[in-house]
Design a protein around this ligand. Structure first.
Ligand code: ADP
Ligand code: MG
Length: 420
């Protein structure tokens, strides 16, 4: 604490943390039984993936990651091995954390994050009937929520004078529009909108179908008027999540898109404060992101002309995400322009890449040789992402932080005086 006043920016609590990257390969699916799977080898011990070349004159490629999960890895094991536990604990301690799944369509991203099974709906039956929950198959999101509430219970026992408040929101980005998946009127405009937000205050405006991304005074992006629901229990939060997943499925039908072409972001906001001073809350968030899959380019011939233009537009966010990753991974990027503002997704994930967040990327692979190009591309972006480092710190209000540091300084000086 000696150079407390020399740092200028009060940045001495920041720590450098690299983005962690875990690879997960799904099993072969029933209809793929006769697919070849010769080219890719996963090694859990050395945490590496080896991709054999397809033609002899190419070299073999080795990739190393923080963890490698093969097709035998259950949902529960995946949750443990990606170290979701420590991440959830960090969020409760005041850090931002982000998990995002990256990979081609059909590589297991939604399975990893959601893990719900969709039953074929009979006609236009109630959308709720489409979602099955096998507790074994539940993905990272539901498991993280459960763990968070368990940790909160423990924290409240250990520190009875602390209050912890949890809220959640869920949005979808499709063709550069942000839709609020927890908006109760999204799918049925005739239904009665909720009269209050989660804060118990009346809504400033009627619920909006398309949300605006704004920039606040603390130099962060946020979504204007997004529905945030207060959650007292894990079940409540999981219910909101389930509601959002249903809305996503219905929206896909209505907008005539494959849901794999949209990004979905589930955010858990945690506010921790001393009961005596609720205005001193530390606010942190856990973002859980299921990215759009990229369409297979090599086989479909979409690398040329109009099709490519179309897929770039549909996935402008994905395209920009890759540019952001590429520029951050470049050792010469320091101080150079990173194109966060070019897409909605990268605005909302700005703090997660090169910013103030503990970040985990789960790169999803499909085992069959038919996906060789896609797997190579995923492995290359995953390797780049591993080069990115973030600067993380507890999300204290800057004013409270200054007060705390000054108090510590006073104590230190008093202590020195007493020793004279
Ligand atoms: P994506 O979201 O990347 O497009 P999905 O998660 O929808 O891919 O997965 C595609 C298919 O593969 C689904 O039928 C899913 O149930 C199955 N699948 C994905 N990962 C696994 C896994 N680890 N174990 C069993 N089935 C899986
Ligand atoms: Mg998906």
């Amino acid at each position: 604490s000696e150079d407390l006043f020399n740092t200028g920016e009060l940045s001495e609590n920041f720590q450098t943390r690299g983005v962690r990257v875990v690879v997960r390969c799904r099993p072969l699916l029933a209809h793929e039984r006769d697919h070849e799977q010769q080219c890719m080898t996963l090694d859990k011990e050395s945490k590496s993936v080896t991709l054999q070349s397809k033609n002899i004159d190419e070299r073999m490629r080795h990739f190393f990651f923080d963890e490698v999960l093969d097709e035998g890895c259950s949902q529960q094991e995946a949750f443990a091995r990606v170290q979701m536990g420590p991440m959830v604990e960090s969020v409760l301690a005041g850090y931002h954390a982000t998990v995002f799944c990256y990979g081609q369509t059909g590589s297991g991203k939604t399975h990893t994050m959601e893990g719900f099974t969709y039953r074929a709906s009979r006609g236009a039956a109630s959308p709720k009937a489409q979602l099955d929950t096998d507790p074994e198959q539940l993905g990272l999101i539901a498991r993280s929520i459960s763990l968070l509430f368990e940790s909160i219970k423990r924290k409240k026992k250990a520190e009875p004078h602390v209050t912890v408040n949890v809220k959640c929101s869920m949005v979808q980005i499709y063709k550069e529009q942000v839709y609020d998946l927890l908006n109760p009127t999204l799918m049925d405009p005739s239904s009665t909108p909720f009269s209050t937000t989660s804060f118990g205050r009346p809504l400033a405006r009627p619920p909006q179908q398309v949300l605006k991304v704004r920039w606040n005074r603390r130099r962060e992006f946020y979504l204007e008027n997004v529905f945030e629901f207060q959650c007292a229990t894990a079940d409540e939060a999981i219910d909101h999540f389930r509601f959002g997943v249903n809305n996503k499925t219905m929206a896909s039908h209505k907008m005539n898109m494959a849901s794999s072409r949209s990004h979905s972001l589930f955010t858990v906001i945690v506010e921790t404060a001393p009961a005596s001073a609720p205005e001193d809350a530390i606010v942190s968030k856990l973002c859980l992101v299921d990215l759009a899959g990229y369409e297979r380019s090599a086989q479909s011939g979409s690398t040329s002309g109009q099709l490519q233009q179309e897929s770039i537009f549909i996935n402008k966010s994905l395209f920009t995400l890759r540019k952001v990753i590429t520029s951050l991974a470049d050792p010469h990027y320091r101080g150079m322009h990173v194109p966060y503002r070019d897409s909605k997704l990268t605005c909302l994930l700005k703090h997660s890449l090169g910013g103030n967040s503990l970040t985990l990327m789960i790169a999803c692979l499909a085992p069959s040789d038919a996906y060789w190009e896609d797997n190579l591309s995923t492995l290359e972006y995953a390797s780049k992402t591993k080069q990115i480092s973030n600067q993380v710190a507890v999300n204290e209000d800057p004013k409270n932080r200054l007060i705390r540091l000054l108090r510590e300084r006073v104590l230190f000086l008093e202590h020195q005086l007493a020793e004279l």
